[in-house]
Design a protein around this ligand. Sequence first.
Ligand code: NDP
Length: 343
Amino acid sequence: MLGLRPVLGLTKSPRSLSDVRVKAIRIHEKGGPENLVLEEIPLPLPAAGEIRLRVEAAGLNFIDTYKRSGLYAVPLPHTSGQEAAGVVTAIGTGVTEFRVGDRVASASVVGACAEEALAPAAQCVSVPAGVSSQLAAAVMLQGLTAHYLACDTWPLRTGETALVHAAAGGVGLLLVQIARKRGARVIATVGTDEKAALAREAGADAVCVYSRENFAEVARAFTGGRGVDVVYDGVGRETFEGSLACLRPRGLLASFGNASGPVPPVAPLILSQKGSLFLTRPTLAHYVATPAELRARAAELFAWVAEGSLRVRIGATFPLARTADAHRALESRGTTGKVLLLP
Ligand code: NDP
């Protein structure tokens, strides 16, 4: 193969017969949004088990800011982004489930902020005809996260009460809706009155603007003093202690993110003092650990989106070249719902 890695299914586009050059958002040094630079890079043919996709929409997620700032270490240079939906342009050996021309989405793309990108086929799903690529990119990572939190980390049951922090955000708006689908009552926390309206529209039973109200007191009052069954906390450092104070005895704190910074080390004794609480720090990879689990979760999400029972709010779109502005907006709490980057 003259040094090229072998590919299958290369029938449609002559470009897929070789490596391509694509515009991509790159990070050479960890730091602020100004370190996100648009560059042209060579993109190799897919290796065994990989596909290459033409990105129609890439999703921005808080994790992209952690990788840029250095909170999560990544080898440099790094192409930003891990969530995208688009069209398969080439497939590596051993990939049997996709063909060139298929529409796919993934939360495990290797550098999604680009015109084209590679992804492990086992971490891709087909996008059904009733779901646009923008919606697919909007729901993949945050939707899968909301799904596993509400369905598995603490499988919510009818009559239980959940507190969802940052409820007008990407994960938040989806999590409120999925929790309500499962029959739970939801207390939502948000930073502003505008966000409160969005959380109510998503189905929250009570909304607390935690920039001016004490959310633990609101949670106690809402539950008649008992406390909530579960707190879903993606805010991290600023809400951790208050989240523990919201819970009923033997309730669970699912601390799943660091939007305000990472939670400092915790002494387990605090869990005993607050009511024999449970604490977990979950991450998506362990809840889509097999292709079967990933596809089952994604299929349920896409079915909800296609039938209109899960509403996906695309709060903002930015051209790829303005990825730095998208990071600034997300980190300054200026966004609601999903932020998409469009090549
Ligand atoms: P969001 O769209 O929710 O944006 C973050 C929100 O957090 C803000 O809009 C803001 O809402 C709130 N917030 C509170 N304090 C701060 C602060 N100091 N700085 C910035 N934001 C703050 O982002 P995502 O939906 O992408 O992610 C939400 C969280 O979920 C993140 O922590 C992310 O890392 C985590 N996550 C974890 C996953 C996992 O599997 N563990 C997977 C996906 C996401 P408000 O103004 O209402 O307070």
